[in-house]
Design a protein around this ligand. Structure first.
Ligand code: ZN
Length: 166
């Protein structure tokens, strides 16, 4: 379980992210949508946003998504990149306060070969970890989980962010 965002876990996302002749991007769609709650979009920042992963590897699995649709880090300008780094730090703090995990995996995949499910739109993963969670993560990792738990998590994350950073 050393790599949580690994290719063998992203088959479902790939199935809708890159179907033939369909170039819509779920991250661009979420950005353009007005119903953040429906999308589990937790918060919008100037250059990026935080959204719960609908296919979580663990409870609280958060994505930091660039507002720009680009596939690689070097295509992000410095302003966006810097804000994403800042938000990774802030949101890992938020998750720490809200969920008290024992650790985190934080990272990104660049390119389909490296395991990116949505490889044209760069996004960082923040995955909280608890001792013993390895045992159930493979079960939920390939399953779309939209539950009241996710709604509660979204609300709790927003409240904690406001408390810490507003
Ligand atoms: Zn996009």
């Amino acid at each position: 379980m050393e790599r949580l965002w690994s290719p063998w876990r992203s088959t479902y996302i790939q199935s809708f992210a890159s179907s033939d002749g369909d170039d819509r991007c779920v991250f661009c769609e979420a950005l353009e949508d007005t119903d953040d709650d429906q999308r589990f979009l937790v918060k919008r920042h100037d250059q990026c946003y935080a959204i719960l992963n609908l296919y979580p590897y663990n409870s609280g699995h958060l994505l930091i998504v660039s507002n720009r649709h680009v596939p690689t880090l070097h295509e992000l300008d410095d302003t966006i990149y810097s804000e994403m780094m800042l938000m990774i730090r802030r949101w890992s703090h938020v998750i720490q306060q809200a969920m008290h995990p024992h650790g985190f995996n934080i990272g990104l995949n660049i390119g389909r070969t490296a395991g990116a499910g949505i490889d044209m739109h760069i996004h960082w993963h923040i995955v909280p970890r608890w001792r013993g969670d390895v045992n159930f993560m493979p079960v939920i990792g390939d399953t779309k989980v939209i539950s009241e738990d996710m709604r509660e998590t979204m609300i709790k994350f927003r409240e904690t962010y406001e408390k810490l950073y507003s």
